[in-house]
Design a protein around this ligand. Structure first.
Ligand code: FE
Ligand code: FE
Ligand code: ZN
Length: 279
């Protein structure tokens, strides 16, 4: 069994997100901890958060996968951008502790012209400032498509970051199917091999969540263009095998496909059908 859901808006509060996802048929969801394009953090209504927590337990939802803002770049060449990123990360992780035990996913960053090693070292430095043994949130590095100078274009780059972090048990990976495909991993004809490679380099137990997306582009395109499930270059059969794969069970899968609510409802229903076939 996997948990399935999509991104929901936090604009109406925390409990409202759970209620919305239930309407769509989901059993997990993702949300932005603040405006995804950056912006200020808003105060949290702790009563509302408690209501969501109770809801999640009652409805047996899986862990949630919060997403950091896209503007957060912990390895920017500009110090003020790095500082702002670190500040957002600190605040958002504080906020996450109000809803204990969830995942917080972020894009490792873009090193611009500084090179992977320099980027990696800055990301490690930032993570070592915000991760601590008592925290209940697990922070996830997202696998990236390799657009521009993105860090995290392959499993070895992610492992390089993980190796430098002191609080290793608070760090995991979120695998985005569109991104790994566009980064050149053949999850269509060689899913087993790709997952074995992940296991060998990082360890499959570090894989905590997935983003389930089709891709508008062929393998290796490194453009990062998501597509609706079954309508892209990965295709329905391959995505079904991902959902059914024994090494991936028990994890939250988040849809980031170009859909409206009705579209998400349909995709969630479709993924649930795929899950039944696995049982
Ligand atoms: Fe992402
Ligand atoms: Fe993603
Ligand atoms: Zn993407």
């Amino acid at each position: 069994m996997i948990y399935i859901g999509n991104h929901v808006s936090i604009s109406k509060g925390y409990e409202a997100m759970g209620l919305m996802e239930e309407k769509l048929g989901g059993t997990t969801f993702a949300f932005f901890t603040r405006n995804p394009r950056g912006g200020k953090s808003t105060a949290v209504d702790t009563e509302d958060v408690k209501k969501l927590q109770k809801f999640l337990e009652e409805k047996k939802f899986g862990p949630l996968v919060a997403h950091a803002p896209y503007t957060m770049n912990l390895c920017s060449a500009k110090e003020d951008v790095r500082e702002f990123g670190l500040q957002m990360l600190k605040e958002d992780l504080e906020k996450m502790e109000l809803l204990p035990g969830q995942f917080f996913n972020f894009h490792p960053g873009s090193h611009l012209k500084q090179g992977y090693e320099a980027g990696r070292d800055m990301i490690v430095d930032a993570l070592n400032q915000v991760l601590y043994p008592e925290m209940t949130t697990t922070v996830l590095l997202e696998t990236m498509a390799g657009k521009g100078s993105e860090v995290g274009r392959n499993f070895t780059e992610l492992k390089g970051i993980m190796d430098g972090v002191t609080c290793k048990e608070k760090l995991g990976v979120c695998l985005d199917t569109c991104h790994v495909w566009e980064a050149g991993y053949d999850i269509v004809t060689s899913l087993d091999k790709v997952l074995e490679e992940f296991d060998r380099i990082i360890g499959i137990d570090r894989l905590k969540a997935l983003h389930l997306n089709d891709s508008k582009n062929p393998m290796g395109a490194a453009k990062d263009r998501h597509e609706k499930l079954g309508l892209g270059c990965i295709g329905k059969e391959a995505l079904m095998r991902v959902v059914q794969h024994p090494m991936l069970q028990g994890r939250p899968f988040i849809l980031e496909t170009p859909n409206d609510d009705a579209g998400y409802k349909d995709e969630i229903a479709m993924v649930k059908q795929w899950m039944k076939k696995e049982e």
